[in-house]
Design a protein around this ligand. Structure first.
Ligand SMILES: NC(=O)c1ccc[n+]([C@@H]2O[C@H](COP(=O)([O-])OP(=O)(O)OC[C@H]3O[C@@H](n4cnc5c(N)ncnc54)[C@H](O)[C@@H]3O)[C@@H](O)[C@H]2O)c1
Length: 249
C-alpha cells in the first residue's frame, strides 16, 4: 500500500494505456500523481478511477514535444503537490513504415514525440528531482531496441536512443540523488494493439515464450519497483518485461 508513500510522480502520456496503468499503480501505493497528456478527454476516466479509489491525482495538459509545455507541467506538479520525485517518460506513438515508404515528416514526428520528449522531460524535471532527493526517472523504451523488427525504423531509432539517453542521464545525475532507468516492454494489450490484425497478433503470441501479450499492469509493476526506493541501488539500466521474447532464440 505504501511503496510510493511521499512520492510525487509526473507521467507523460498517462491518459490511457501503459501510462494510465502506471498512474493507477503508483496512486495505489501512496504516490501523488500528475497525469500529463495531450488529450484531456481521454484522461478523465483514469483521473476518476484514481479519485474513486481514494488516490491523490491531478491532470495537466502536456504536449510532450514542446519545451514550454514541459516547463508548465513540471511547475503545475510542484504547485499542486509541493515537489516532484518521479518522472515517467512514457509518451510514445508507434507508426509503422518500411524504409522506402518512410516520409521525412513522419520520421521527424516520431522522433519528436518519442525521443525529444524524453530529453525535454528530463531537462524540465531535473531541478525539482534533485531538490527532492531519492528521485527516479523511468523511461519507457521498447523491445525493438533489442530486436530488429521490419517496418519500425523510426520507432526503433527512438527506442534505441532512449536506452542510450538513460545511461547518460544516469551518469550525469548519479551524485545528485536521481536514478534513471529504462523499461523495455514487449507487446502489451493497449489500444496500440488495436491497429494490428488477428493474424499479426497470432504471430506475436507465437514469438512470446510465455505464450501471450502482457498487460499494462505488468509494465506498471516494473515501473513501480524502479520508481520506489526498493530500487535505490539501480541506475542506468534496463528492465525487460516481455514474456521472455528477448531471451528466446
Ligand atoms: N503497447 C505496447 O505494446 C508497447 C510496447 C513497447 C513499448 N511501448 C511504449 O509504451 C508507451 C505507451 O504505449 P501505449 O501502448 O500505452 O500507448 P497509447 O497510445 O495507449 O497511449 C499513449 C498516450 O500518449 C498520449 N500522447 C500522444 N502524443 C502526445 C504528446 N505529444 N504529448 C503528450 N501526450 C501524448 C496519448 O494521448 C495517449 O494517452 C509508448 O512509449 C510506447 O512506445 C508500448
Amino acid at each position: 500500500m505504501d511503496r510510493m508513500k511521499g512520492k510525487i510522480a509526473l507521467i507523460s502520456g498517462s491518459a490511457t494505456g501503459l501510462g494510465a496503468a502506471q498512474a493507477i499503480r503508483f496512486a495505489q501505493e501512496g504516490a501523488q500523481v500528475m497525469i500529463a497528456d495531450i488529450d484531456a478527454d481521454l484522461a478523465k476516466e483514469t483521473v476518476s478511477e484514481i479519485e474513486n479509489a481514494g488516490g491523490s491525482v491531478a491532470f495537466v495538459r502536456l504536449d510532450a514535444t514542446d519545451a514550454a509545455s514541459w516547463q508548465a507541467a513540471v511547475a503545475a506538479t510542484v504547485d499542486r503537490f509541493g515537489g516532484l520525485t518521479t518522472l515517467c517518460n512514457n509518451v510514445g506513438v508507434t507508426p509503422l513504415s518500411s524504409i522506402e515508404a518512410q516520409s521525412i515528416d513522419g520520421w521527424n514526428k516520431v522522433i519528436a514525440i518519442n525521443q525529444t520528449s524524453v530529453f525535454l522531460g528530463m531537462q524540465a524535471a531535473r531541478g525539482p528531482l534533485i531538490a527532492a532527493g531519492n528521485s527516479a526517472v523511468v523511461n519507457i523504451g521498447s523491445l525493438t531496441a533489442l530486436r530488429g523488427m521490419p517496418g519500425t525504423l523510426g520507432y526503433t531509432a527512438t527506442k534505441g536512443a532512449i536506452s542510450a539517453m538513460t545511461r547518460v542521464a544516469a551518469m550525469e545525475w548519479v551524485g545528485d540523488g536521481v536514478r534513471v532507468n529504462t523499461i523495455i516492454p514487449g507487446p502489451m494489450r493497449t489500444r496500440t494493439q488495436a491497429g494490428i490484425t488477428e493474424e499479426q497478433e497470432r504471430l506475436q503470441r507465437a514469438r512470446i515464450p510465455m505464450g501471450d501479450l502482457g498487460l499494462p499492469v505488468d509494465i506498471a509493476n516494473g515501473a513501480l519497483f524502479l520508481a520506489s526506493d526498493e530500487a535505490r541501488y539501480i541506475t542506468g539500466t534496463e528492465l525487460v518485461i516481455d514474456g521472455g521474447w528477448a531471451a528466446s532464440a
